[in-house]
Design a protein around this ligand. Sequence first.
Ligand SMILES: NC(=O)c1ccc[n+]([C@@H]2O[C@H](COP(=O)([O-])OP(=O)(O)OC[C@H]3O[C@@H](n4cnc5c(N)ncnc54)[C@H](OP(=O)(O)O)[C@@H]3O)[C@@H](O)[C@H]2O)c1
Length: 305
Amino acid sequence: MKAIVVTDQAAGTAGMKLAERPEPQAAINDVVVQVQASGFVGTELSWPSTWTDRLERDRAPSIPGHELAGVVTALGYGTTGLSVGQRVFGLTDWYRDGTLAEYAAVEARNLAPLPGDVDFTVGASLPISGLTAWQGLVVHGRLQAGQRVIAHGAAGAVGSMVTQLAREFGAYVIGTGRAADRQRAIDFGANAFVDLDNEALEDVGEVDLVFDLIGGDIGKRSARLVRAGGTLVSIVGPSEARPADGLAIDFVVESDRAQLGEIVQRVRDGRLRTNIGVVAPLDDAVAAFNPTKRTPGKTIIRVRP
Ligand SMILES: NC(=O)c1ccc[n+]([C@@H]2O[C@H](COP(=O)([O-])OP(=O)(O)OC[C@H]3O[C@@H](n4cnc5c(N)ncnc54)[C@H](OP(=O)(O)O)[C@@H]3O)[C@@H](O)[C@H]2O)c1
Protein backbone atom coordinates (compact mmCIF):
# COMPACT_ATOMS: atom_id res chain seq x y z
CA MET A 1 0.00 0.00 0.00
CA LYS A 2 1.00 3.65 -0.34
CA ALA A 3 1.89 5.45 2.88
CA ILE A 4 3.75 8.47 4.20
CA VAL A 5 6.77 7.32 6.22
CA VAL A 6 9.29 9.07 8.44
CA THR A 7 12.78 7.80 9.25
CA ASP A 8 14.69 10.88 10.45
CA GLN A 9 13.46 12.67 13.57
CA ALA A 10 15.72 15.70 13.04
CA ALA A 11 14.25 16.32 9.56
CA GLY A 12 10.72 17.09 10.85
CA THR A 13 7.95 17.21 8.25
CA ALA A 14 10.56 17.84 5.52
CA GLY A 15 11.69 14.24 6.09
CA MET A 16 8.28 12.76 5.18
CA LYS A 17 8.31 10.50 2.12
CA LEU A 18 5.67 8.68 0.09
CA ALA A 19 6.60 4.97 0.11
CA GLU A 20 5.26 1.43 -0.38
CA ARG A 21 4.57 -0.41 2.90
CA PRO A 22 2.99 -3.79 3.65
CA GLU A 23 -0.73 -3.70 4.41
CA PRO A 24 -1.40 -4.06 8.18
CA GLN A 25 -3.02 -7.17 9.64
CA ALA A 26 -5.81 -7.11 12.22
CA ALA A 27 -4.53 -8.24 15.65
CA ILE A 28 -6.83 -9.32 18.51
CA ASN A 29 -9.68 -6.77 18.95
CA ASP A 30 -8.48 -4.78 15.91
CA VAL A 31 -10.18 -3.77 12.75
CA VAL A 32 -8.39 -2.88 9.53
CA VAL A 33 -9.73 0.37 8.10
CA GLN A 34 -9.47 1.38 4.45
CA VAL A 35 -8.53 4.98 5.09
CA GLN A 36 -10.56 7.56 3.18
CA ALA A 37 -9.24 10.67 4.94
CA SER A 38 -6.55 11.31 7.54
CA GLY A 39 -5.52 14.07 9.94
CA PHE A 40 -2.07 14.82 11.33
CA VAL A 41 -0.74 17.04 14.13
CA GLY A 42 2.53 18.80 13.25
CA THR A 43 4.11 18.12 16.64
CA GLU A 44 3.73 14.31 16.24
CA LEU A 45 7.21 14.09 14.80
CA SER A 46 8.67 15.23 18.12
CA TRP A 47 6.72 12.66 20.17
CA PRO A 48 8.76 9.62 21.37
CA SER A 49 5.88 7.30 20.33
CA THR A 50 6.47 8.17 16.67
CA TRP A 51 9.99 6.76 16.89
CA THR A 52 9.96 3.91 19.41
CA ASP A 53 7.63 1.17 20.63
CA ARG A 54 6.52 0.81 24.25
CA LEU A 55 9.83 -0.90 25.11
CA GLU A 56 11.71 2.06 23.58
CA ARG A 57 12.92 0.00 20.60
CA ASP A 58 13.35 1.93 17.36
CA ARG A 59 10.25 1.47 15.17
CA ALA A 60 11.18 3.68 12.18
CA PRO A 61 10.25 3.81 9.36
CA SER A 62 6.94 4.72 10.97
CA ILE A 63 3.71 5.98 9.44
CA PRO A 64 2.49 9.19 11.11
CA GLY A 65 -1.09 10.48 11.38
CA HIS A 66 -3.48 9.28 14.11
CA GLU A 67 -6.89 10.50 12.97
CA LEU A 68 -8.90 8.72 10.35
CA ALA A 69 -12.24 8.30 8.70
CA GLY A 70 -12.77 5.25 6.52
CA VAL A 71 -14.43 1.89 6.03
CA VAL A 72 -13.80 -1.34 7.98
CA THR A 73 -12.35 -4.04 5.70
CA ALA A 74 -11.32 -6.77 8.20
CA LEU A 75 -11.92 -7.82 11.80
CA GLY A 76 -9.32 -9.32 14.13
CA TYR A 77 -9.91 -12.27 16.47
CA GLY A 78 -12.50 -11.39 19.08
CA THR A 79 -13.43 -7.99 17.63
CA THR A 80 -16.99 -6.98 18.45
CA GLY A 81 -19.06 -3.84 18.01
CA LEU A 82 -18.01 -3.02 14.43
CA SER A 83 -18.55 -4.85 11.17
CA VAL A 84 -16.96 -5.11 7.73
CA GLY A 85 -18.21 -2.34 5.43
CA GLN A 86 -19.03 0.03 8.31
CA ARG A 87 -18.07 3.72 8.10
CA VAL A 88 -15.95 4.70 11.11
CA PHE A 89 -13.79 7.50 12.45
CA GLY A 90 -11.48 7.84 15.42
CA LEU A 91 -8.11 8.21 17.02
CA THR A 92 -5.43 5.53 16.62
CA ASP A 93 -2.70 4.31 19.00
CA TRP A 94 0.30 6.69 19.21
CA TYR A 95 2.75 3.73 19.23
CA ARG A 96 1.44 2.01 16.10
CA ASP A 97 1.70 2.85 12.43
CA GLY A 98 -0.81 5.57 11.71
CA THR A 99 -3.34 6.83 9.24
CA LEU A 100 -1.39 8.57 6.45
CA ALA A 101 -1.74 5.32 4.53
CA GLU A 102 -4.23 3.40 2.44
CA TYR A 103 -4.97 1.03 5.36
CA ALA A 104 -4.53 1.20 9.14
CA ALA A 105 -4.99 -1.42 11.88
CA VAL A 106 -6.80 0.04 14.90
CA GLU A 107 -8.30 -1.35 18.09
CA ALA A 108 -12.07 -1.25 17.55
CA ARG A 109 -12.63 0.55 20.87
CA ASN A 110 -10.77 3.58 19.48
CA LEU A 111 -13.35 4.05 16.71
CA ALA A 112 -16.94 5.21 16.51
CA PRO A 113 -19.49 4.82 13.71
CA LEU A 114 -19.39 7.72 11.23
CA PRO A 115 -22.97 8.61 10.20
CA GLY A 116 -23.66 8.30 6.47
CA ASP A 117 -24.36 12.03 6.08
CA VAL A 118 -20.94 13.08 7.44
CA ASP A 119 -18.21 13.33 4.84
CA PHE A 120 -14.98 11.39 5.43
CA THR A 121 -12.95 14.63 5.24
CA VAL A 122 -15.06 16.06 8.07
CA GLY A 123 -14.79 12.82 10.05
CA ALA A 124 -10.99 12.85 9.85
CA SER A 125 -10.83 16.44 11.07
CA LEU A 126 -12.67 15.75 14.35
CA PRO A 127 -10.99 13.11 16.52
CA ILE A 128 -7.95 14.91 17.98
CA SER A 129 -9.29 18.45 18.02
CA GLY A 130 -12.80 17.47 19.12
CA LEU A 131 -11.82 14.93 21.79
CA THR A 132 -9.06 17.16 23.17
CA ALA A 133 -11.44 20.10 23.52
CA TRP A 134 -14.17 17.89 25.06
CA GLN A 135 -11.83 16.22 27.55
CA GLY A 136 -10.10 19.50 28.50
CA LEU A 137 -13.36 21.35 29.12
CA VAL A 138 -15.70 18.67 30.42
CA VAL A 139 -13.57 15.90 31.96
CA HIS A 140 -10.54 17.82 33.29
CA GLY A 141 -11.83 21.40 33.42
CA ARG A 142 -15.31 20.58 34.83
CA LEU A 143 -16.66 23.62 33.04
CA GLN A 144 -19.90 25.15 34.38
CA ALA A 145 -22.31 27.54 32.67
CA GLY A 146 -21.51 31.16 33.44
CA GLN A 147 -17.77 30.62 33.86
CA ARG A 148 -15.08 32.69 32.13
CA VAL A 149 -12.69 30.72 29.92
CA ILE A 150 -9.49 31.65 28.07
CA ALA A 151 -9.29 29.62 24.84
CA HIS A 152 -5.74 30.05 23.58
CA GLY A 153 -5.15 29.68 19.84
CA ALA A 154 -8.89 30.07 19.27
CA ALA A 155 -8.62 30.02 15.47
CA GLY A 156 -6.53 26.81 15.46
CA ALA A 157 -7.62 23.19 15.25
CA VAL A 158 -8.12 22.52 18.97
CA GLY A 159 -8.84 26.13 20.00
CA SER A 160 -11.75 26.51 17.56
CA MET A 161 -13.39 23.41 19.09
CA VAL A 162 -12.70 24.67 22.62
CA THR A 163 -14.28 28.02 21.75
CA GLN A 164 -17.43 26.52 20.24
CA LEU A 165 -17.99 23.88 22.94
CA ALA A 166 -17.33 26.31 25.79
CA ARG A 167 -19.90 28.72 24.32
CA GLU A 168 -22.41 25.91 23.89
CA PHE A 169 -21.90 24.98 27.58
CA GLY A 170 -22.72 28.55 28.60
CA ALA A 171 -19.26 30.02 29.22
CA TYR A 172 -17.96 33.51 28.40
CA VAL A 173 -15.02 32.80 26.07
CA ILE A 174 -11.94 34.95 25.63
CA GLY A 175 -10.13 33.67 22.55
CA THR A 176 -6.47 34.43 21.87
CA GLY A 177 -4.08 34.18 18.93
CA ARG A 178 -2.39 36.32 16.29
CA ALA A 179 -3.83 39.60 15.00
CA ALA A 180 -4.94 37.88 11.79
CA ASP A 181 -6.97 35.30 13.79
CA ARG A 182 -9.35 37.78 15.47
CA GLN A 183 -12.27 37.49 13.04
CA ARG A 184 -12.01 33.70 12.74
CA ALA A 185 -12.01 33.35 16.54
CA ILE A 186 -15.06 35.58 16.83
CA ASP A 187 -16.77 33.64 14.04
CA PHE A 188 -16.20 30.45 16.08
CA GLY A 189 -18.03 32.17 18.94
CA ALA A 190 -15.39 33.92 21.08
CA ASN A 191 -16.99 36.75 23.09
CA ALA A 192 -13.69 38.65 23.17
CA PHE A 193 -10.24 38.25 21.63
CA VAL A 194 -6.68 39.03 22.73
CA ASP A 195 -4.00 39.45 20.06
CA LEU A 196 -1.10 37.98 22.03
CA ASP A 197 1.52 39.81 19.94
CA ASN A 198 0.08 43.28 20.53
CA GLU A 199 -2.33 43.23 23.47
CA ALA A 200 -1.95 42.48 27.18
CA LEU A 201 -3.43 39.12 28.20
CA GLU A 202 -3.56 40.43 31.79
CA ASP A 203 -6.25 42.95 30.78
CA VAL A 204 -8.86 40.16 30.63
CA GLY A 205 -8.80 39.83 34.44
CA GLU A 206 -9.62 36.68 36.42
CA VAL A 207 -10.98 33.57 34.73
CA ASP A 208 -12.30 30.21 35.92
CA LEU A 209 -10.57 28.10 33.29
CA VAL A 210 -7.58 28.48 30.98
CA PHE A 211 -7.24 26.01 28.09
CA ASP A 212 -3.54 26.28 27.27
CA LEU A 213 -2.12 24.95 24.01
CA ILE A 214 0.79 27.39 23.76
CA GLY A 215 2.74 26.94 27.04
CA GLY A 216 5.98 28.78 27.85
CA ASP A 217 5.61 32.39 28.92
CA ILE A 218 1.94 32.51 27.81
CA GLY A 219 1.23 29.48 30.00
CA LYS A 220 2.95 31.08 33.01
CA ARG A 221 1.12 34.39 32.59
CA SER A 222 -2.18 32.52 32.14
CA ALA A 223 -1.71 30.67 35.45
CA ARG A 224 -1.77 34.01 37.30
CA LEU A 225 -5.20 34.81 35.85
CA VAL A 226 -6.89 31.71 37.26
CA ARG A 227 -9.16 32.69 40.14
CA ALA A 228 -9.27 30.80 43.46
CA GLY A 229 -10.79 27.39 42.80
CA GLY A 230 -10.23 27.64 39.03
CA THR A 231 -8.25 25.38 36.70
CA LEU A 232 -5.40 25.65 34.21
CA VAL A 233 -5.69 22.82 31.70
CA SER A 234 -2.62 22.30 29.52
CA ILE A 235 -2.25 20.07 26.47
CA VAL A 236 1.39 21.05 25.92
CA GLY A 237 2.90 19.33 28.95
CA PRO A 238 2.99 20.18 32.64
CA SER A 239 2.60 23.91 33.25
CA GLU A 240 5.71 25.78 34.33
CA ALA A 241 3.55 27.78 36.76
CA ARG A 242 0.49 26.75 38.77
CA PRO A 243 -2.48 28.91 39.71
CA ALA A 244 -1.93 30.28 43.24
CA ASP A 245 -5.12 28.72 44.58
CA GLY A 246 -6.35 26.47 41.79
CA LEU A 247 -5.61 23.29 39.90
CA ALA A 248 -3.08 22.70 37.10
CA ILE A 249 -3.85 19.67 34.94
CA ASP A 250 -2.06 18.42 31.85
CA PHE A 251 -3.26 15.50 29.76
CA VAL A 252 -2.91 13.67 26.46
CA VAL A 253 -6.12 13.01 24.56
CA GLU A 254 -7.55 9.48 24.57
CA SER A 255 -10.03 7.96 22.20
CA ASP A 256 -13.59 7.56 23.52
CA ARG A 257 -16.43 6.19 21.43
CA ALA A 258 -19.20 7.96 23.35
CA GLN A 259 -17.43 11.33 23.16
CA LEU A 260 -16.79 10.87 19.42
CA GLY A 261 -20.53 10.30 19.10
CA GLU A 262 -21.31 13.52 21.02
CA ILE A 263 -18.93 15.46 18.76
CA VAL A 264 -20.17 14.11 15.43
CA GLN A 265 -23.80 14.63 16.47
CA ARG A 266 -23.01 18.32 17.09
CA VAL A 267 -21.48 18.59 13.61
CA ARG A 268 -24.60 17.03 12.09
CA ASP A 269 -27.03 19.35 13.85
CA GLY A 270 -24.94 22.49 13.27
CA ARG A 271 -23.80 23.17 16.84
CA LEU A 272 -20.16 22.53 15.89
CA ARG A 273 -18.32 23.73 12.80
CA THR A 274 -15.20 21.97 11.58
CA ASN A 275 -12.02 23.93 10.96
CA ILE A 276 -10.70 22.35 7.79
CA GLY A 277 -8.03 24.15 5.79
CA VAL A 278 -6.10 22.54 2.95
CA VAL A 279 -7.40 19.19 1.65
CA ALA A 280 -4.79 17.32 -0.40
CA PRO A 281 -4.41 13.80 -1.86
CA LEU A 282 -1.91 11.35 -0.35
CA ASP A 283 0.47 11.93 -3.27
CA ASP A 284 0.67 15.62 -2.28
CA ALA A 285 0.73 15.10 1.50
CA VAL A 286 4.43 15.93 1.92
CA ALA A 287 3.96 19.29 0.20
CA ALA A 288 0.75 19.95 2.15
CA PHE A 289 2.58 19.44 5.47
CA ASN A 290 5.44 21.72 4.36
CA PRO A 291 3.51 24.83 3.33
CA THR A 292 5.37 27.88 2.08
CA LYS A 293 2.88 30.23 3.74
CA ARG A 294 0.64 30.18 6.84
CA THR A 295 -2.61 28.38 6.01
CA PRO A 296 -5.65 28.62 8.31
CA GLY A 297 -7.43 25.48 9.48
CA LYS A 298 -6.50 21.84 9.78
CA THR A 299 -4.85 20.10 6.83
CA ILE A 300 -6.65 16.89 5.85
CA ILE A 301 -5.26 14.24 3.52
CA ARG A 302 -7.90 12.68 1.31
CA VAL A 303 -6.33 9.25 0.89
CA ARG A 304 -9.06 8.13 -1.55
CA PRO A 305 -10.75 10.76 -3.70
N1 LIG B 1 -2.02 16.82 24.72
C1 LIG B 1 -2.84 16.54 23.73
O1 LIG B 1 -3.60 15.58 23.82
C2 LIG B 1 -2.86 17.39 22.49
C3 LIG B 1 -3.89 17.19 21.55
C4 LIG B 1 -3.94 18.03 20.43
C5 LIG B 1 -2.98 19.02 20.27
N2 LIG B 1 -1.99 19.16 21.19
C6 LIG B 1 -0.98 20.23 21.03
O2 LIG B 1 -1.66 21.47 21.10
C7 LIG B 1 -0.99 22.41 20.28
C8 LIG B 1 -2.00 23.08 19.35
O3 LIG B 1 -2.49 22.11 18.42
P1 LIG B 1 -3.45 22.54 17.23
O4 LIG B 1 -3.62 21.34 16.38
O5 LIG B 1 -4.63 23.27 17.74
O6 LIG B 1 -2.49 23.59 16.46
P2 LIG B 1 -2.89 24.76 15.46
O7 LIG B 1 -4.04 24.37 14.61
O8 LIG B 1 -1.63 25.21 14.82
O9 LIG B 1 -3.45 25.93 16.43
C9 LIG B 1 -2.64 26.65 17.31
C10 LIG B 1 -3.05 28.12 17.20
O10 LIG B 1 -2.43 28.87 18.25
C11 LIG B 1 -1.70 29.95 17.67
N3 LIG B 1 -0.52 30.24 18.48
C12 LIG B 1 0.45 29.38 18.85
N4 LIG B 1 1.40 30.02 19.56
C13 LIG B 1 1.01 31.32 19.63
C14 LIG B 1 1.55 32.48 20.23
N5 LIG B 1 2.71 32.44 20.91
N6 LIG B 1 0.88 33.64 20.10
C15 LIG B 1 -0.27 33.71 19.41
N7 LIG B 1 -0.84 32.64 18.82
C16 LIG B 1 -0.21 31.47 18.93
C17 LIG B 1 -1.30 29.42 16.31
O11 LIG B 1 -0.89 30.46 15.47
P3 LIG B 1 0.45 30.25 14.56
O12 LIG B 1 0.13 29.11 13.66
O13 LIG B 1 0.63 31.54 13.88
O14 LIG B 1 1.54 29.92 15.55
C18 LIG B 1 -2.56 28.71 15.88
O15 LIG B 1 -3.54 29.59 15.38
C19 LIG B 1 0.12 21.65 19.57
O16 LIG B 1 1.33 21.86 20.28
C20 LIG B 1 -0.30 20.21 19.68
O17 LIG B 1 0.78 19.32 19.69
C21 LIG B 1 -1.90 18.36 22.28
